[in-house]
Ligand binder design. Structure first.
Ligand code: NAD
Length: 365
């Protein structure tokens, strides 16, 4: 199994782009308007910031710190995720643009504090055009280090005046979205006995398992961290399955909460569910896989629509405002279901069109 972040989210071949070469062409493929790259041999920092769009506000998106096989792979991940952030904010009514940073993790980070401080200095050079936050491979403690060099960071630890881990709020949004999907697809008005297969029980997967269990669902879970499996088994009576077995788990709903690119030519044909709805970013290896799911009669609920709770949480301290924005996202989801039923197109298609329309209508500032 590939490392997280290294999954082959690679529609580039369809655009005639050789992965190794043209990083600017990669950025353009995903509609990114800016690409910033920084190296710092003293700390081992190799950082990429991709900015997709700033029409709705400063480009905002988390910072991934993962190993990548090449610069091109890292740029592709950053650019693809940055586009997702623009669309996510647009559809949740959040006044920010889309950006993402990727740190190509070295084999060892000798001084983690210095590493993230150096990254903060890089962010500072952009003068607020990009705001970072936690993502895979980074923590609220890392955000505290970044904050020593720049104010353009969110999701600091509570001890440093931040909002802390956004995962429980993200999971709450995903659970509410799942309730809508279950109501509209399975004609069930609660989650009692609904079987959900969760791939990845890390920050958000674990929190989602708790949400669903507390609402009566039956949990199936996979993770390569045995401790993560154990706590789901002990706390939520979850059935544990192998990393590969999760794709064939008999369930009502499959919830990817680990990696990107997990819905692809190989996995989709193995799925044994009616709905796919989870928190992981970029679950479809390519957009065409949304159509393939549709043809198999599986409803795919777009990831970037329903996982916006994390962004809402890091940008707002006010609880009421958070709830309002989460409800905005859920209203959007209702509209997408309706629109998709009328047009016969997939929801991901409708979501892309709706988000792009919002960005196109807003004049440049
Ligand atoms: P995390 O690193 O805490 O958790 C990921 C989990 O997946 C880990 O437990 C890991 O062991 C497991 N895993 C890795 N490879 C796996 C595999 N092949 N099969 C099964 N499990 C595997 O990360 P996270 O914060 O929970 O985020 C997970 C995903 O959700 C990412 O795509 C992230 O971008 C997205 N997301 C998270 C939030 C949030 O609030 N945490 C918000 C929006 C989107």
């Amino acid at each position: 199994m590939n490392q997280p972040g290294l999954q082959a989210i690679s529609p580039l071949a369809n655009h005639g782009i050789q992965k190794q070469d043209d990083i600017l062409a990669i950025a353009e493929t995903y509609g990114c308007s800016e690409l910033h790259i920084k190296t710092d041999p003293d700390t081992g920092l190799q950082a990429i910031i991709a900015i997709h769009n700033t029409k709705l506000g400063p480009a905002t998106g988390g910072c991934r710190c993962l190993p990548y096989p090449s610069l091109a792979a890292a740029v592709e991940d950053a650019a693809n995720l940055a586009r997702g952030m623009s669309y996510k904010a647009a559809l949740a009514g959040i006044p920010c643009g889309g950006g993402k940073s990727v740190l190509i993790r070295p084999e060892t980070i000798v001084d983690r504090e210095a590493y993230f401080e150096a990254f903060g200095e890089f962010i500072e050079t952009l003068g607020g055009r990009y705001i970072t936050a936690v993502d895979s491979g980074t923590s609220t403690t890392d955000m505290d280090c970044i904050a020593r060099s720049t104010a353009h960071v969110r999701g600091l630890s509570v001890a440093h005046g931040g909002s802390g881990d956004p995962s429980p709020f993200t999971a709450r949004g995903v659970r509410k979205a799942i309730e809508i999907a279950v109501e509209l697809v399975l004609q069930r008005n609660n989650l009692d006995g609904i079987k959900v297969a969760i791939q990845g029980a890390g920050h958000v997967g674990y929190a989602l398992a708790r949400e669903l269990y507390n609402h009566g669902a039956k949990i199936i879970v996979s993770d390569h961290n045995p401790e993560h499996l154990e706590r789901c088994h002990d706390e939520f009576d979850a059935t544990t399955v192998s990393l590969d077995g999760i794709y064939e788990a008999e369930c009502d709903l499959f919830a990817p909460c680990a990696l990107g690119g997990v819905l692809n030519d190989t996995t989709i044909r193995r799925l044994n569910c009616n709905i796919v709805a989870g928190a992981a970013n970029n679950q479809l290896e390519e957009r065409r896989h949304g159509q393939i799911l549709h043809q198999r009669g599986i409803v795919y609920v777009p990831d970037y629509v329903i996982n916006s709770g994390g962004l809402i949480h890091v940008l707002n301290r006010d609880k009421e405002k958070r709830e309002l924005q989460l409800n905005h996202m859920l209203d959007t989801l209702w509209k997408l279901f309706k629109q998709s039923a009328i047009s016969g197109h997939t929801m991901i298609h409708e979501a892309d069109v709706m988000a792009q329309r919002i960005l196109d209508i807003k004049p440049d500032t």
